[in-house]
Design a protein around this ligand. Structure first.
Ligand code: NAP
Length: 309
């Protein structure tokens, strides 16, 4: 079987067009949704992520503020900044870009965001509501995966979903969301025994591990749907090994080289071997990634509606 490739860019664009219409309707009633993105320090990847979120706001007519604080920012200083954003009426969503520099108390920061403005869905109140099956702001990447499965008409109800990864950001919330869709859910992690055998029982297999090309054909049942959340930058000495192991990376490598970029972005799934078995699969890049930003925009509009409309 040759898998159908799920086009995350196309689905992301569809969602964004729906959001554009919602933003226009909110503006008619005098509400302009607003997002504040807070970045601490100089992590280049984080800078790129935050810029693309601000750009998406600008494209959709969402008001945005980009707050870039120095590497030396302390926990009390950041708490003060978030307190000010919590009080600011035109800000509906607050996004604190993770990871924060080491000395900052990440838990204290996440806890300080007003749950009504927690568009990343990481505040314990929103995480708890999700676990209880109650309405809440939900983490963007997991809700993007669910949206993708829905729009691709991939049935979740009664099917066995195996999620590899149990982070608070992706694996755990995704498992709760799949449960709400009535899937039978298995969560795997670094201590799971016979991982490939467990994974090979999945009708829907999600990899959210952060280990490049780890999921190979032996993890996948013929006809399963495979969703690759992982994004891993491969460069340096190991690059040639990965290009050999997963030839599907080669066109991206050639394109990047032409632009003087000596790396590839690789998912957690070995696309070349797994796409021979799966019925549908997401690529990396252009799979789950575009959905994450679209869902952030959706959460911002939802927060604006809940707070002000
Ligand atoms: N596309 C997007 O928009 C998007 C958004 C967020 C994240 N991501 C990507 O998704 C991946 C996961 O992100 P994350 O934040 O969830 O990462 P994380 O916090 O590092 O969690 C990784 C999870 O994978 C598990 N794991 C690690 N090695 C394993 C192994 N050998 N076998 C089985 N399980 C293993 C870990 O298990 P333990 O709990 O036992 O340690 C952990 O639960 C990363 O590549 C990240 O870049 C993409």
């Amino acid at each position: 079987m040759k898998a159908r490739i799920i086009d995350g860019v196309k689905i992301g664009r569809q969602i964004r067009e729906e959001i554009r219409t919602e933003v226009e309707a909110l503006k008619q009633s005098g509400v302009v949704p607003g997002l504040a993105a807070v970045l601490v320090g100089n992590n280049p990847a984080s800078h790129v992520y935050v810029r693309s979120k601000i750009k998406a706001c600008e494209d959709l007519g969402i008001y945005s503020e980009y707050i870039h604080l120095g590497q030396e920012t302390t926990t009390p200083e950041l708490l003060q900044k978030i307190d000010a954003l919590n009080r600011k009426d035109e800000i509906d969503g607050i996004l604190v870009q993770l990871p924060l520099p080491k000395p900052i108390d990440e838990q204290a920061i996440l806890l300080s965001v007003d749950p009504a403005k927690d568009v990343d869905g990481l505040h314990p109140m929103n995480a708890g509501n999700l676990a209880l099956g109650r309405d809440s702001l939900r983490p963007c990447t997991p809700s993007g995966v669910i949206e993708m499965l829905r729009r691709e008409n991939i049935p979740m109800k009664g099917n066995h979903a195996v999620v590899i990864g149990r982070s608070n950001l992706v694996g755990k919330p995704l498992a709760f969301l799949l449960l709400q869709e009535h899937a039978t859910v298995t969560i795997c992690h670094s201590r799971t025994q016979n991982l490939s055998e467990v994974a090979a029982q999945a009708d829907i297999l999600v990899a959210a591990i952060g280990k490049p090309a780890m999921v190979t054909a032996e993890f996948v049942k013929q006809g399963a749907v495979v969703i690759d959340v992982g994004v891993n930058k491969i460069e340096g000495d190991v690059l040639s090994k990965f290009l050999e192991r997963d030839p599907s990376l080669r066109p991206q490598y050639q394109k990047n080289q032409a632009e003087n970029k000596n790396y590839v972005l690789c998912g957690d799934v070995n696309f070349s071997s797994v796409s021979e078995l799966a019925s549908a699969i997401t690529p990396v890049p252009k799979g789950v990634g575009p959905l994450t930003i679209a869902m952030l925009m959706k959460n911002t509009v939802q927060a604006a509606r809940m707070r002000r409309a």
